[in-house]
Design a protein around this ligand. Structure first.
Ligand SMILES: CC(C)(COP(=O)(O)OP(=O)(O)OC[C@H]1O[C@@H](n2cnc3c(N)ncnc32)[C@H](O)[C@@H]1OP(=O)(O)O)[C@@H](O)C(=O)NCCC(=O)NCCS
Length: 192
């Protein structure tokens, strides 16, 4: 993993309002059991452990969002360990980042975590002088498309029969792109 993906930081204050502030940090192989547990619940065609290991070994940007305690509140001995809320992985290219996977745990969806992680991705892209973001999304995944459109992506193409769809069927992918003009603040992107 490249040096610029190191470090942790608290997530937007809006997300922390309900209690412990989520934190984003680089994914490691030690996260993979929890990551795969979410992946297998979130998708009909989940990534394999090997897909994640290959991405980590390739040095792609890989981040996990997890619960944590506010810094000013010492963790009691009986406190639960941090719990994974979601994750994303992005492959660097020439002046671009390609979002490969973004997932929020099914029981934590609809709380702004996906939007916040997209804001973080955009901040990473700006920091790496990668002004264009790319992604593919299943043509029937309207919820994810709504998130991407909400975050300023536009649909620029369609890949026919790109994804497996079961029973020998295939599903098209929409290709979406966002051109980044300036620095992105995840706290702003992640706010409602
Ligand atoms: C897609 C996904 C990452 C979105 O994350 P999330 O944390 O649930 O989304 P957020 O709470 O940040 O919502 C952001 C936007 O997504 C859209 N959205 C969220 N929940 C939605 C729902 N139930 N129906 C329609 N749109 C929805 C809205 O545009 C929303 O913006 P708004 O709150 O201003 O209306 C998450 O639902 C997920 O992991 N889904 C399964 C895996 C997946 O499909 N990943 C994407 C693969 S391309």
């Amino acid at each position: 993993m490249s040096a610029q993906f190191r470090g942790t930081r608290p997530v937007a204050a809006g997300l922390a309002a309900a209690g412990a502030a989520p934190t984003i940090r680089p994914m490691t192989v030690f996260d993979l059991d929890a990551v795969l547990s979410i992946e297998q619940r979130a998708y009909s065609f989940p990534w394999s452990r090997g897909n994640f290991i290959d991405s980590l070994a390739s040095g792609y940007g890989a981040w996990v969002l997890e619960t944590s305690r506010p810094a000013e509140s010492p963790r009691p001995v009986t406190a639960e360990p941090p719990r994974l809320l979601g994750y994303y992985l992005a492959m660097p290219g020439v002046e671009e980042l390609h979002l490969l996977n973004i997932t929020v745990a099914p029981d934590c969806q609809g709380q702004g975590h996906g939007r916040w992680m997209l804001g973080h991705l955009q901040q990473q892209a700006v920091a790496q002088s990668a002004p264009t973001l790319w992604l593919e999304v299943r043509a029937h995944n309207l919820r994810a498309q709504a998130l991407y459109l909400r975050c300023g992506f536009e649909t620029v193409g369609r890949r026919k029969a790109y994804y497996p769809a079961g029973q020998g069927q295939r599903e098209d992918a929409l290709v979406m792109r966002k051109a980044l003009a300036q620095a992105v603040d995840p706290a702003v992107e992640g706010s409602a």
